[in-house]
Design a binder for this molecule. Structure first.
Ligand code: FAD
Length: 425
């Protein structure tokens, strides 16, 4: 079902509004002694947003963000780089905005969490004490599930490009170097993985490049799932309308093993000139080694009112690493919303106040199907006090009626606005 434009606008604003309102007009107070030290690990969609909102709403809280990379490189819009429609600079942003507002930004790797001692350990030996810890480490890969994958990734022969940065560039170079008439195969793991529509957008973006630059080439989508996992009818239409004869979609095609550039599936072998493997995923290594993974041996269970780990109170886990509520996607938009729930709750807990009992979050995810046209899916999730989880609001959300040009402008604006929101740009 689709909401009227007015209802949608009201709901889209709600995620942030609930939290600011619930801080009782004290948001942004500075001066006076610090009311606590919060360390945030991971400067992606969840962590950077949490650092910004802790400082903006909390004022006199010491906020330190630890991120291994010097810059933020966005996965959203990275498929356009693979298609040659955007450059790496278009998806790369710095942390100066956060520094300017008083967040201490430390480039480094957190190697361990000492939950009892309330401190994190850094590569190089340093330690950082905290009163509350926020961890948004994203995903890491279950490489052992595909024979030969680790060696193929180590040699640089196979790129996943499911974390944006050098991997995106490496895959773009492989696509550019491929001779016309070659085969680009994309292996999609079984759900859950980060960004359900992302692989199908990637297939469209690579095919859009081939159409212009290498028209005899082929895109082969090897999906371990029985069907397209998001915006199904819209992607099916795009495959048929724009890439017929060039793009082939194969469901139930789980990758078992790699032998050179041959993908070994259960009943078939597929040879590709460029093989892009999106590996099966689980919560980032840091939360696993810290003992926070407690759902299906893959994800972190959280208490949704505060985003605290159910394994370790006082440690707030955000984004892709969490075991989601019903129909809650692993997306940058959702990680950004988790961060606002956590930031508001942490400030209230540090002040000795009650946390908001009824948070509301929402998700919007755009996908490009051609260089010109995009589609969206959106959903709204309200906390349910009885079942203690977020549930989708009946009648909210929906998908585009059809791919169109105006949504590609909205998609780029969404990305710019979200990067500005999380990084204080
Ligand atoms: C191709 C693609 C397209 C996508 N498109 C969209 C889209 O259009 N819209 C959308 O909403 N979402 C999209 N996503 C999904 C989105 O990128 C993720 O859901 C989002 O990044 C999750 O945020 P996060 O904070 O959980 O993790 P991340 O954003 O990955 O952030 C994790 C950060 O933690 C850092 N880190 C991890 N461990 C440590 C450590 N031990 N020490 C220090 N730093 C550490 C990492 O370097 C990283 O910067 C897409 C994903 C992909 C792959």
């Amino acid at each position: 079902m689709t909401l009227s434009p007015l209802s949608r606008r009201r709901l889209l604003g709600a995620g942030a509004a609930f939290a600011a309102a619930s801080l009782g007009g004290c948001a942004g107070l500075t001066g006076g002694p610090s009311i606590g030290r919060v360390v945030v690990v991971g400067g992606g969609f969840g962590g950077a947003t949490a650092a910004r909102y802790l400082k903006m709403w909390g004022g006199n809280i010491d906020v330190t963000l630890v991120e291994r990379n010097a810059d933020f490189v966005s996965c959203p819009i990275s498929n356009l780089v693979l298609g040659g429609h955007k450059q790496m600079a278009d998806i790369t942003r710095g942390y100066d905005g956060l520094k300017a507002m008083g967040v201490k930004v430390v480039q480094g790797e957190v190697t361990a969490i000492d939950a009892a001692g309330k401190k994190v350990r850094l590569a190089g030996g340093g330690e950082m004490p905290y009163d509350r810890l926020v961890v948004s480490p994203g995903v890491d890969f279950m490489v052992d599930q595909v024979g030969g994958l680790q060696a193929a990734m180590d040699s640089g022969r196979i790129a996943h490009a499911w974390k944006a940065g050098p991997q995106t560039l490496a895959l773009r170079r492989q696509i550019e170097s491929m001779a016309d008439g070659g085969v680009f195969a994309l292996s999609i793991p079984k759900v859950p993985y980060r960004c359900p529509p992302g692989p199908y957008e990637r297939a469209c973006m690579v095919a859009s490049y081939f159409k212009v630059a290498k028209p005899k080439s082929k895109v082969l989508v090897l999906d371990a799932n029985p069907e397209i996992q998001s915006k199904k009818a819209l992607f099916e239409k795009a495959f048929d309308q724009h890439y017929k004869g060039m793009l082939e979609y194969r469901p139930n095609a789980e990758l078992k093993e790699l032998a050179g550039n041959v993908a070994k599936l259960e009943f078939d072998d597929v040879k590709a000139d460029v093989l892009n493997v999106v590996p099966p995923q689980r919560a980032g290594d840091l939360v696993r080694t810290a003992g926070l993974v407690n759902v299906n041996s893959r994800w972190v269970g959280v208490t949704w009112l505060t985003m605290e780990s159910t394994a370790a109170p006082g440690i707030h886990v955000l984004g892709d690493a969490t075991f989601p509520g019903p129909a809650m996607p692993k997306s940058g938009a959702m990680a950004n919303q988790h961060a606002k729930v956590a930031a508001a709750a942490i400030i209230q807990l540090l002040r000795g106040e009650a946390v908001n009992p009824a948070p509301l979050v929402m998700n919007t995810c755009y996908s490009f199907v051609t260089a010109r046209d995009a589609v969206h899916v959106t959903s709204v999730h309200q906390y349910d006090a009885t079942d203690k989880t977020f549930k989708t609001v009946p009648g909210s959300g929906g998908v585009s009626a059809a791919a169109n040009q105006i949504e590609s402008r909205y998609a780029l604006s969404w990305a710019e606005n979200t990067w500005a929101d999380m990084l204080a740009l």
